[in-house]
Design a protein around this ligand. Structure first.
Ligand SMILES: C[S@@+](CC[C@H](N)C(=O)[O-])C[C@H]1O[C@@H](n2cnc3c(N)ncnc32)[C@H](O)[C@@H]1O
Length: 285
């Protein structure tokens, strides 16, 4: 089958479910993954013949996309902070707001090339926060933990893929008594979606991403923040910084909680859409 015919078949099937811009972008991503062809090469080689085996891969992807499976899980990769990351159903797909969190941390560090501080990422998932920090802070020492062995397997692959060294460990943050050492920065994007918010979420997230990465009980949505902030009190150096990605509806409650815990300079930050999505605070003024 010619590439142009395959494109027509795939596009017609996906247009039943997705808008045309999204269909076009899916076809490019699938072609990069299965044909190793860029957007430009696709445009220039419409008459090229695609093997039956590869056409079949596209057809399988169409079935999965029509079941609202995220494209990142289908092709097994995504990009975060301009770096490549493998993803599987054991890992959350890294989000743009988390890139903003990484950017906030990096902007707070003046001489990134020479910074020799230590960082801990709690609930690392694909490793996206830890690895992008390690990549941009070449002299730092970065550690990361998650309670999912499956997620950590992927995070370790991603550290190798990006040529950085991160000290990964399997820990349940809700039950560990202490953290391994002292840190200059502790960061976390913990589960923070309340059960009551499920109805606002898209099918592709609800059906395919890991529940344990996303949800917390309506009764105690700040459980991870309280636990991490308590541990961070003992494990941040003087002037150490704590950063969280947050639920946009819980910003004020977090400001109150961290202030009552005697953290200083508690600062909320909005994402590019104007929503409170990050918070930072300091151990000392
Ligand atoms: C919102 S995801 C964030 C993943 C990744 N850091 C990111 O930003 O894309 C939360 C992560 O916390 C992990 N997690 C959930 N409960 C945990 C626990 N009790 N202890 C340690 N990690 C936990 C999940 O496995 C998941 O990887």
């Amino acid at each position: 089958m010619k590439l142009r015919e395959l494109k027509l078949e795939v596009s017609q099937a996906l247009l039943e479910v997705y808008p045309s811009e999204e269909v076009a972008s899916f076809f490019v991503l699938l072609s990069e993954a299965y044909l190793n062809m860029s957007r430009l090469e696709l445009a220039l080689n419409t008459e090229v013949v695609v093997s039956e085996a590869v056409s079949e891969k596209f057809r399988n992807a169409v079935v999965r996309l029509k079941a609202f499976e995220p494209i990142q899980y289908i092709i097994g990769t995504t990009e975060f902070y301009s770096l490549p990351f493998n993803v599987t159903k054991a890992t959350l797909i890294p989000r743009p707001e988390t890139e903003e969190l990484v950017d906030w941390i990096l902007n707070d560090i003046p001489k990134k090339e020479n910074w020799e501080g230590s960082v801990l990422d709690i609930g690392t998932g694909s490793g996206c926060i830890a690895i992008s920090l390690a990549k941009n802070l070449p002299k730092s020492s970065v550690s990361a933990l998650d309670f999912s062995e499956e997620a950590l397997k992927i995070a370790k692959q991603n550290a190798e893929l990006n040529g950085v060294s991160v000290d990964f460990s399997t820990q349940n943050i809700l039950t560990v008594a202490t953290l391994p050492k002292q840190y200059s920065v502790i960061v976390s994007n913990p589960p923070y979606v309340r059960e009551l918010e499920k109805k606002e979420m898209q099918q592709n997230v609800l059906r395919h991403e890991p529940d344990s990465a996303l949800f917390v009980s309506d009764a105690d949505p700040l459980v991870f923040y309280r636990r991490i902030a308590t541990l961070a009190k003992q494990h941040l150096y003087k002037d150490g910084l704590l950063y969280f990605e947050i639920n946009e509806y819980l910003g004020n409650e977090l400001v109150t909680m961290l202030t009552e815990m005697d953290y200083k300079n508690v600062t909320l930050k909005k994402d590019i859409f104007g929503r409170d999505r990050m918070i930072k605070c300091k151990t000392n003024e």
